[in-house]
Design a protein around this ligand. Structure first.
Ligand code: COI
Length: 363
């Protein structure tokens, strides 16, 4: 980490946020609304490769109106967090996994692959520069948003010859404004997030753009998140607008949709699968039909449903609704498995329990 971070030239902001304003932002973080004083940046051209590694003042980007990203959406991103432990040290969770997924996403979007060293180096250089922004509060962390976009000014439809990679950071608390309490899910049957051979497994802005209209419909139906079904048969549960989904059965079996090629391979998803395996739960990754879930909720064989993601961590789901059905889960309360796996994961991330899988990297 030290060697990778040392490649970044740091130019400190001439106008960092006053300490009182920063403290106020840290005291009541609303997801993704306030950003730290700096950002990390690496530039790529097809002729020179990756270069000009730097940390600079956070601020607007200069973008040619013909930049390919604005026209054809050639963009990928990641999400991970930095945590302050009780002894003041700062850690991040499984950054190599995010770096590798970022490379896979880039490949799918015909963007250049950023070496893992630069991905982690940029994060470390930024977090070290803005270390005062890493809160020690409960449920608090510094959300890191690495992203890459096609910056070449050219309107022809072909892969860009120029790209920018940046990392920005934002102090956050719980993703949902109500805090850690059960959320409601609306199952979209008229819209899909991704199809076979599409970009569903890549973390690209376009997937999220495609989720917004069905997400608006979910809000109208009184739900916080939308759940997508597979595009080929409109019967199997895939994922939510911005998180993976799990089902806990009365016999302790835990099920989650298998990675079909159109589902995002969540780092939190894989960590939870590991933690539940460690506890002796039977884990099943398979194609899960909406009708099976409806039946399981009606006859009580599914006792808990939860969502997970870097931003959402583990969020209980208290209601699953859609055209012609509206089901309450666990009496609308957070389930026991859900909350205990959430506690175990956040205890590891915050250094309150041993990191037995060596998931943490010190920044
Ligand atoms: C994350 O969980 O980090 C994401 O990127 C998902 C987004 C909905 C915030």
């Amino acid at each position: 980490v030290d060697d990778a971070a040392a490649l970044f030239e740091v130019t400190l902001s001439d106008a960092p946020l006053p300490e009182t304003d920063r403290e106020a932002a840290l005291a009541a973080p609303k997801f993704g609304t306030v950003f730290t004083d700096h950002m990390a940046r690496v530039t790529w051209t097809s002729a020179t490769g990756w270069g000009n590694r730097r940390v600079v003042k956070y601020g607007p980007l200069l973008l040619d109106p013909a930049s390919a990203v604005l026209h054809y959406g050639q963009e990928v991103f990641e999400g991970l967090k930095a945590y302050r432990h009780a002894d003041g040290s700062i850690w991040t969770f499984r950054p190599e996994a995010n770096a590798v997924r970022f490379q896979k996403s880039a490949r799918r979007l015909a963007l250049p692959e950023l070496p893992t060293g630069d991905f982690i180096g940029a994060i470390a250089a930024l977090v070290r520069t803005d270390v005062e922004w890493v809160s020690s509060g409960d449920e608090a962390s510094l959300y890191l948003r690495p992203f890459m976009y096609a910056s070449e000014a050219f309107l022809g439809v072909r892969p860009t010859l120029e790209a920018e990679f940046l990392v920005i950071a934002s102090p956050v608390g719980p993703y949902f404004s109500g805090g850690v309490k059960p959320v409601s899910i609306w199952v979209a049957e008229d819209y899909h997030r991704a199809g076979a051979g599409g970009t569903g497994a890549a973390k690209c802005g376009g997937n999220y753009a495609a989720s917004l209209l069905p997400q608006m419909h979910a809000y109208e139906m009184g739900c916080e998140q939308v759940c997508f079904l597979d595009a080929s048969t409109n019967t199997a549960i895939e994922e939510l607008g911005g998180m993976n989904v799990f089902f806990v059965r009365a016999d302790g079996t835990v099920e989650t949709p298998e990675l079909s090629g159109s589902i995002l391979e969540g780092v939190t998803r894989s960590s939870i699968l590991q933690l539940l395996t460690d506890r002796g739960h039977t884990i099943v990754e398979r194609r899960i039909l909406l009708t099976e879930v409806q039946e399981g909720l009606r006859n009580g064989s599914i006792t808990e449903v939860f969502a997970c993601g870097t931003a959402a961590v583990v969020t209980p789901i208290g209601r699953l609704a859609g055209e012609g059905f509206d089901l309450t889960i666990a009496g609308g309360d957070a389930g026991e498995v859900t909350m205990s796996v959430r506690t175990e994961l956040t205890d590891i991330q915050n250094g309150r329990t041993p990191d037995r899988h060596s998931w943490l990297t010190q920044l």
